[in-house]
Ligand binder design. Structure first.
Ligand code: WTA
Length: 655
C-alpha cells in the first residue's frame, strides 16, 4: 500500500457541479472557519439554532484541557430524538422517508419508514422500555443487527433519557459481558439472530452466554429471522409481545445539554476497551452540522453510510446526523460481496442513492473485482462519495473516484474518531479541491496541530507550513467525548497526559504546504483491521489466557485489503509443542474472548521474544519482521539476546 511519492500532492479539481447550489463555497469556508476560531461562542450558538431546544443555550463552549473539564451549551436543554424525529413530523414532513431498509437477501422485503412511522415505532419501543422498568439515566445495552429496530432502540433510549451502549454484532459473549458489567447495564435489547452474507449470527445465544457471567434485569428480544432461540422465563421478553397495548404517546424527556447520551466502547493501547461517553447537546449540534456540510446534504436525497450502528460511524451518520437533518438514510443489513461483488452498486441503483459513504477496506476489496461489477449498474444517481475509518491509499481513492464516480463526483475523505463524535478533517465538496490520500482541511472549530516528541508545535493553522508529527487538537469542539464512563482519570491519562493541555489523537500526520492533512496511521499500539479499531494488548490478553501460552506479542502489518492484519508472536510454556491444532485453538480463543473480527492472520510460535536487558519487549523489531522489512531492523544492540532476532526472521510468516 505504499505509494510512489509522485502521487502525493496531486490535485484533483472539485467538479464544477459540486460548486453549484452548495451550502459552502471556498469563500464561505474561509469566512466560517475564521469565525469559528475567532468567535467560537457566536459561531456555535448560531449553528445550534438549527435544532429545537426546550431551553435555549446562552453559552457555547466552557472547557479547559488542563485540568480537564469539557462542557458545551451547558444551560441549554433539548432532546436529540425530538430533533431527529418529532420536529420533522411537526413541520409537516411526516410523509418523508426517514429510513430505507435493504435486507441481506436482495430478494427480501425492503422497508420504507416515513418520519411519521419512525415516530410511532420509536414511541412503541420507548414505552416498551419503560414497561420493563428503564428510567432516565439507566444504561441500556443494544446488540442488534443492521435492522431499523436497532435505530428505533437507540432513539427510544434517547427519547426517555436512557443511555445506550451499542455493541457491534461481531463481538463475542465475553466482550458483551465485560461491557454490560463495566457500565452496570441492567437491560439488553437484541434480536433473535442477525443475517450477514446469508449466514446467521446467533445474537440471542451470544447474549445468553454473556449472561452466564454478567447479570441484567431483563432482555428485550426483537424477532428478526424467526430462528429458534431460548427464552429465560421472567428475564427475556419478546418485543412483539411486550409492546402489545403500550400507549401511543411518549413525551421526549427534556435533557440538559450535558446529560449523557451514549457510551461506546473502543480500543486503546492498554487495558480493556474504554466506554467513551458522549453527552447530548454538543453531540447533537456536532453531528447535525458535520453531516450538513461534509455531505452538502440536499433535501430529498438518499444518503447511504455502509457502517454498522455498532460503530461510531453508524451512530453519527446512519442515525443521528442524517435524521436530525431530515434526510433519507439507507440501512443495509448485508455485506459488499453477497450474493455477488456488485451488491453495493446494485443497491445504489435500486434505491437511487445520491451520497455513498464507505470504508477504504471495502473499496480495496471491490477494486480487486475490477470495473465490470460496477458497470453492470446505472450509478447516475450518485452525487458524492465519502470514505472513513482508515487512511485511503491514493490508488483506491482513484479507483473509487474514476470507476464508481466516473471522474465526476467530489470525494470526501473524512478523518475522525469515536472520541471526536463526528468528522474533524475533510474537504468540503463545494469548497475544496481534493488530493487523493489526504483527508484535507479542518472542519469548523477544529484546530489541529502537529507536535514533535517533546510536544513542541511544528505546524498548525496559525503558523502554516509543512511538517510531520503527532496529531493533537488544541481546543475543544462540541462533539468531543467528555469522559471515559466511570473512569475520568483514564480519560485524562489517555488523551491529555502525553501533551498536557492538548487532546492527543493517537495518530501520526503530515501537513503539506497547502494546509492539507495526511493521516499516516496510529502511533500507539492500536491497529486498524478492516476499519475496526483494536488494541494489540487485548489480543495479547486473549492469547495468554490459554494455559499452554507463556507470552504473546501482537503487532499490525500492512494488508492489501484489510489495511492492517494481525500478526501474533507466541511463546509456549516449557514442554509444550507448537502445531496446527494449537494454532487453531488459539484462533478460537481470540474469537471467543473478543470476537471473529479479531482473528489472527499469522500465529508465529517462537522460543523467545526480543527483549531489552531490562525485559521490555522490543515491538519495533517485531513490527519490522511482521512487515517483512527485515533489512531495516535498526539498532539491535540493546537486546538481551540478539540471536532471537535471527530465529524470528528465519521463521517469519508474512513473506
Ligand atoms: C483512523 C472511526 C485516516 C485513525 C470514525 C483514527 C482514519 C481511527 C480516517 C479512529 C481517515 C479514521 N483517514 N485514518 N479518513 N478515519 N481513521 O474510533 O487512525 O473507529 O484514529 O473511528 O481510525 O477509529 P474509530
Amino acid at each position: 500500500m505504499t505509494e510512489p511519492a509522485a502521487h502525493h500532492d496531486e490535485w484533483v479539481r472539485r467538479p464544477a457541479a459540486a460548486e453549484q447550489g452548495t451550502n459552502c463555497t471556498a469563500a464561505q469556508y474561509a469566512e466560517m472557519y475564521a469565525r469559528s476560531m475567532a468567535d467560537s461562542d457566536g459561531f456555535w450558538l448560531e449553528q445550534a439554532q438549527r435544532l429545537d431546544w426546550s431551553r435555549q443555550p446562552t453559552k457555547a463552549g466552557d472547557w479547559r484541557f488542563d485540568p480537564v473539564s469539557i462542557e458545551w451549551f451547558v444551560d441549554g436543554a433539548l432532546n436529540i430524538c425530538h430533533n431527529a424525529v418529532d420536529r420533522h413530523v411537526a413541520a409537516g414532513n411526516g410523509d418523508r422517508i426517514a429510513l430505507i431498509f435493504e435486507p441481506d437477501d436482495p430478494a427480501g422485503e425492503v422497508r420504507r419508514i416515513t418520519y411519521a412511522d419512525l415516530q410511532a415505532e420509536v414511541i412503541r419501543m420507548a414505552n416498551t422500555l419503560k414497561k420493563m422498568g428503564v428510567a432516565k439515566g439507566d444504561r441500556v445495552t443494544i446488540y442488534m443487527p443492521m435492522v431499523p429496530e436497532g435505530a428505533f432502540a437507540m432513539l427510544a433510549c434517547a427519547r426517555i433519557g436512557a443511555v445506550h451502549s451499542v455493541i457491534f454484532g461481531g463481538f463475542s459473549p465475553e466482550a458483551i459481558a465485560g461491557r454490560v458489567e463495566d457500565c452496570a447495564s441492567d437491560w439488553i435489547v437484541c434480536a433473535d439472530e442477525g443475517l450477514r452474507g446469508g449466514k446467521t449470527i446467533p445474537l440471542k445465544d451470544n447474549v445468553d452466554a454473556a449472561l452466564a457471567k454478567a447479570s441484567v434485569k431483563a432482555v428485550l428480544v426483537v424477532r428478526h429471522t424467526g430462528g429458534d432461540v431460548a427464552m429465560t422465563e421472567g428475564r427475556d421478553h419478546w418485543y412483539h409481545d411486550l409492546s402489545q397495548g403500550v400507549p401511543g404517546e411518549c413525551p421526549c424527556e427534556p435533557m440538559n445539554a450535558e446529560d449523557p447520551l451514549f457510551i461506546l466502547y473502543t480500543s486503546g493501547s492498554t487495558g480493556k476497551p474504554k466506554g467513551v461517553l458522549h453527552t447530548t447537546g454538543g453531540y447533537a449540534v456536532w453531528v447535525e452540522t458535520t453531516f450538513r456540510y461534509t455531505f452538502d446534504y440536499r433535501p430529498g436525497e438518499v444518503f447511504w453510510c455502509t457502517a454498522d450502528i455498532g460503530w461510531v460511524t453508524g451512530h453519527s451518520y446512519v442515525v443521528y446526523g442524517p435524521l436530525q437533518n431530515g434526510a433519507t438514510a439507507l440501512m443495509f443489513e448485508g455485506v459488499p460481496n453477497h450474493p455477488d461483488h456488485d451488491r453495493f452498486w446494485a443497491t445504489v441503483a435500486k434505491h437511487k442513492v445520491n451520497i455513498f459513504y464507505t470504508a477504504p477496506t471495502a473499496i480495496r476489496a471491490l477494486m480487486r473485482e475490477g470495473a465490470e461489477p460496477v458497470n453492470r449498474h446505472d450509478l447516475s444517481s450518485l452525487r458524492l462519495l465519502g470514505s472513513v475509518g482508515e487512511p485511503i491509499n491514493p490508488e483506491a481513492w482513484r479507483w473509487y473516484s474514476e470507476t464508481v464516480g466516473k471522474g465526476a463526483l467530489p470525494v470526501v475523505d473524512t478523518w475522525w474518531q469515536t472520541e471526536t463524535g463526528g468528522v474533524m478533517i475533510t474537504t468540503l465538496p463545494g469548497a475544496h479541491d481534493m488530493k487523493p490520500g489526504s483527508a484535507g482541511r479542518p472542519f469548523f472549530g477544529i484546530s489541529p496541530q502537529l507536535v514533535d516528541g517533546d510536544g513542541t508545535v511544528i505546524a498548525d493553522e496559525r503558523t502554516g507550513g509543512a511538517a510531520s508529527g503527532n496529531l493533537v487538537i488544541d481546543r475543544s469542539w462540541p462533539g468531543q467525548s467528555r469522559t471515559v464512563y466511570g473512569d475520568h482519570d483514564r480519560f485524562v491519562q489517555t488523551y491529555f497526559s502525553t501533551y498536557p493541555g492538548k487532546y492527543f489523537t493517537g495518530d501520526g500526520c503530515r501537513r503539506d504546504a497547502d494546509g492539507y492533512y495526511w493521516i499516516t496511521g496510529r502511533v500507539d499500539d492500536v491497529i486498524n483491521v478492516s476499519g475496526h479499531r483494536m488494541g494489540t494488548a487485548e489480543v495479547e490478553s486473549a492469547l495468554v489466557l490459554h494455559d499452554k501460552v507463556a507470552e504473546a506479542a501482537v503487532v499490525g502489518f500492512p494488508h492489501d485489503i484489510k489495511g492492517q492484519g494481525i500478526y501474533c508472536y507466541v511463546t509456549l510454556n516449557a514442554g509444550e509443542e507448537p502445531g496446527e491444532e494449537l494454532a487453531a485453538e488459539l484462533r478460537n480463543q481470540v474469537r471467543r474472548e473478543i470476537g471473529p473480527i479479531a482473528s489472527p492472520d499469522h500465529l508465529h510460535f517462537t522460543p523467545a521474544l526480543p527483549k531489552t536487558r531490562s525485559g521490555k519487549i522490543m515491538r519495533r523489531i517485531l513490527r519490522k519482521i511482521a512487515e517483512n522489512e527485515t533489512g531495516a531492523l535498526g539498532d539491535t544492540s540493546t537486546l538481551a539476546e540478539p540471536g532471537v532476532v535471527d530465529t524470528l526472521i528465519e521463521g517469519r510468516l508474512n513473506r
